[in-house]
Structure formats: structure tokens, C-alpha cells
Design a protein around this ligand. Structure first.
Ligand code: NAD
Length: 415
């Protein structure tokens, strides 16, 4: 089987939308490639005293609409092509929700599960220093992603601030509240997923109360989605993480599953259900499927077996273009990543605005502003898809790419 390449997939999605928009070859030439790709190799002193050289990336795809914005992920499988794809999706995501950012992403190839807290901190601080030549509160603002969290963001903010000689809270988002983080940031991605799923469910006449939900991935995005959909009256019938999954048609209590994960390090051994694999979770009987793990999970090999009526992409890039076509023909409504999970970057934007003005908003204010933005973006995408008789992904990409193209045109080509 051909190796899955996220960047090729991102470019394929781009070309499809560019074709439909009739975008000129000149504009495609500009938007197809990332603006900057920084690769850093740097030494890490392990607790054993040995030195290990690690490789990290920071890619800025496009900054015509504002500073670059995007998460940092840690993991053994991180690749430059993955980071490039994620940076491009960030450009479209910021444009689709209309926030004034371009797209970026970063990552370090490492095995965080086998690193001590001290090693993680030293790695984060050195990586931040290495990429400090392109990040900054007005140029490129990182955030958490897979295997990074508010503590990692605190180390990044502190390291950058040490070099400047004063505190620069706006250099990263997803920080703890005590150093300029925002109310609502932790739940933001999943809250956004809930808002757009509610909108989508209303459109197809499906009540959320009682709807069966299956979730792949039980990290920041997946575990919070489980809690929020559960409190909305949905039945969480399946979930998974890298170790495996669980299915229970009667429904599971996400709070108890979360407690089990904290005690045992995985959700897969939670005793109240039938053990399934981490990919079976995509195929169980359900009404709403929420991939919240990683890219390339839904392909031409399993798309036909998906039973959900709504697929809400909390993860970035979980569905391949071949799977998209199958799902569209089956009548499964796919809410694409650049729309579905945009709540995270939207509240990151709120955090950055609050840091820059040193004036903070309360939780209700954040949630209200987020809901207005997500609903408006969903309606704009759904209308575009209706107008062009296409799926929501194509609608979202068309909307986003036309906004970025317009910004590029009006600014002109320098020099
Ligand atoms: P996380 O590290 O908190 O959690 C990832 C979860 O996915 C873990 O439970 C892990 O065990 C599981 N996982 C990883 N690979 C898997 C696989 N192959 N099968 C099953 N489970 C697997 O990461 P996160 O921040 O929740 O991010 C998850 C996804 O959501 C990513 O695609 C990320 O880019 C996207 N996302 C996150 C945010 C955010 O604010 N955190 C915002 C937008 C998009």
C-alpha cells in the first residue's frame, strides 16, 4: 500500500478547490507552497548524561492575512511533510473563521512517553530557542497540539521571555491562566466541534439528545468532546486511544473513563464494554463520529463501513480525498477539520488579543464570541456547498482559499 502523505493530500484538496474556483495558475503557484520551512537539529542532554540530537520543524505556510499561527506537536512519527500539510490547513482554517492569521505548524521528532519531565522541559526550551528566529507575538504564535499542553506552552513563553528580558505572554497561546492564558481555551476545540455539529444536526433534522457518538482519540480534543457531547444528552458509545478502544451500546460516562485514563494511562482497559481496536471505533454503529486523533484514519478501505450520519473532524486531516468521495455518496455529512476544529485557534486568537491589550474577558464572553464565529462560519460554508452542489470540505476550502487569494492580490507581489 502506498505510504500516506499528508502534504500530498493537502495539495490535492487545494487543487480541487482551486479548480472549482477557477483560480489562476499564478495564484496557485503562490498558495501551493509554504512560505518558510525551518528545520533544526539540536542537542538534548538526557538525564543519563548522554547527548541526543533531535530534529524539529517550524513551517509558515502563508502570512498574507496576518501573523502565522499553529500548534506544536511532539511524536516519533512527526515528518516535515506532515508539518507542511498542517501549516497549510491552518492558513485555510484561520481564513474560514475569518480571524486575522496565516497558517503555521511545528513539531519535534521525539518519544514524549519515554521522556522524563526534565528532558521534556529542556527539549522544549532548546527547541523554542532554535525557532525563536521566526516566532514572536507579531510574526508567528505557537500553540499546543498532539503531546503538548499548557505546561509546554508555559516553558515556551518563559524561554522566549528570558531572551527578550521581559515577559511576552502573546508569543504562544494555550498557556495556563496564571500567565495570560484565556478562559475557555482548554475546552475550545471541542466546544467548537459541538457548536458546528449542533448546526449540522439541525440542518439534517437529527436531534442531538440521544444521538450515539463514537470518538477516536481521548486527548485534549477527544476527551473534552466526550464530556461536552455527553452533557448535551448524547450517548458516548465508543472511544479509543493509541492502545485500543471500547464499545458499549448502552453508553459510557466520560468522567469515569477520564478517571480510568488518569489512573491507568489508557482508556482501552476501561472494564465496562467490549474491547475493540483503535480503528474499529470508526466503524461502530453511531450517529456522530468524531475522529480526534491523527491524520489519514478514514480512507477508501474503511469509509464504506462508516455508519455515522455526521462526521465531525476534531482531528486535522483524518479523512483522505478518496474517503471523502465515498462518504459524500453515502450521504454522510462531513464537517471538515478546517471548520470543525477551528474553535481551538479562535479562542487562541482571543487569548492573543487579551494578552496584547492586557485586559481579560470572562468565560461567558469567550463562549458567546466563539459561538457567534463558529455558527457564522458553518452557515457560510454550508451555503457555499449548497450553491456549488458539493461537500462541506470543498465549500470550506473554496471560501478560505478565495479569502487568502484576495488578500494576496490586494497586497500585490513584492517587489
Ligand atoms: P492529544 O495529544 O491531547 O491527544 C491525542 C489522542 O489521540 C490521544 O488520546 C492518543 O492516544 C490518541 N491517538 C493518537 N494516535 C492514535 C491512533 N492512531 N488511533 C487512536 N488514537 C490515537 O492531542 P489533541 O490536542 O487532542 O489533538 C488531537 C487532534 O486534534 C490532532 O489532529 C490535532 O491536530 C487536532 N486539533 C487539536 C486542537 C487542540 O486545541 N488541542 C485544535 C485543533 C485540532
Amino acid at each position: 500500500m502506498q505510504q500516506f502523505n499528508p502534504y500530498e493530500m493537502a495539495v490535492q484538496q487545494f487543487e480541487r478547490a482551486a479548480d472549482k474556483l477557477g483560480l489562476s495558475e499564478d495564484m496557485r503557484e503562490i498558495l501551493r507552497k509554504p512560505k518558510r520551512e525551518l528545520v533544526v537539529n539540536f542537542p538534548l542532554r538526557l538525564d543519563s548524561g548522554r547527548i541526543k540530537t533531535l530534529t524539529g520543524y517550524r513551517v509558515q505556510h502563508n502570512v498574507n492575512r496576518g501573523p502565522a499561527k499553529g500548534g506544536i506537536r511532539y511524536g516519533p512519527d512527526v515528518t516535515l511533510d506532515e508539518v507542511k500539510a498542517l501549516a497549510m490547513w491552518m492558513t485555510w482554517k484561520c481564513a474560514v473563521v475569518g480571524i486575522p492569521y496565516g497558517g503555521a505548524k511545528g513539531g519535534v521528532i521525539c518519544d514524549p512517553r519515554n521522556m522524563t519531565a526534565g528532558e521534556l522541559e529542556r527539549m522544549t526550551r532548546r527547541f523554542t530557542t532554535e525557532i525563536s528566529i521566526i516566532i514572536g507575538p507579531h510574526s508567528d504564535i505557537p500553540a499546543p497540539d498532539i503531546n503538548t499542553n499548557s505546561q509546554v506552552m508555559a516553558w515556551m513563553m518563559d524561554t522566549y521571555s528570558m531572551h527578550e528580558g521581559f515577559s511576552v505572554p502573546a508569543v504562544v497561546t494555550g498557556k495556563p491562566l496564571s500567565i495570560g492564558g484565556s478562559e475557555g481555551r482548554n475546552d475550545a476545540t471541542a466546544t467548537g466541534v459541538l457548536f458546528v455539529t449542533r448546526r449540522a444536526a439541525r440542518r439534517i433534522g437529527m436531534p442531538l439528545r440521544g444521538a450515539r457518538v463514537s470518538i477516536q482519540g481521548f486527548g485534549n480534543a477527544g476527551s473534552v468532546a466526550a464530556r461536552l457531547f455527553h452533557s448535551e444528552g448524547c450517548k458516548i458509545v465508543a472511544f479509543s486511544d493509541t492502545s485500543g478502544g471500547l464499545y458499549n451500546e448502552e453508553g459510557l460516562d466520560p468522567a469515569l473513563v477520564q478517571r480510568h485514563k488518569l489512573e491507568h494511562g489508557t482508556v482501552a482497559t476501561y472494564p465496562h464494554g467490549q474491547s475493540i481496536s483503535s480503528t474499529d471505533v470508526l466503524e461502530v454503529p453511531c450517529d456522530i463520529l468524531i475522529p480526534a486523533a491523527t491524520e489519514g484514519q478514514i480512507t477508501e478501505h474503511n469509509a464504506e463501513k462508516i455508519q455515522a450520519r455526521i462526521l465531525a473532524e476534531a482531528a486535522n486531516g483524518p479523512t483522505t480525498p478518496e474517503a471523502d468521495a465515498i462518504l459524500f455518496n453515502k450521504g454522510c455529512l462531513v464537517i471538515p477539520d478546517i471548520l470543525a476544529n477551528a474553535g481551538g485557534v479562535t479562542v487562541s486568537y482571543f487569548e492573543w488579543v487579551q494578552d496584547l491589550q492586557s485586559l481579560f474577558w470572562d468565560d461567558a464572553d469567550i463562549t458567546h464570541r466563539l459561538e457567534v464565529i463558529m455558527n457564522k462560519a458553518f452557515d457560510a460554508v454550508a451555503n457555499k456547498a449548497e450553491e456549488y452542489h458539493c461537500d462541506l470540505r470543498l465549500g470550506a476550502n473554496m471560501l478560505a482559499i478565495s479569502r487568502v487569494a484576495e488578500a494576496t492580490l490586494v497586497r500585490g507581489i513584492y517587489p
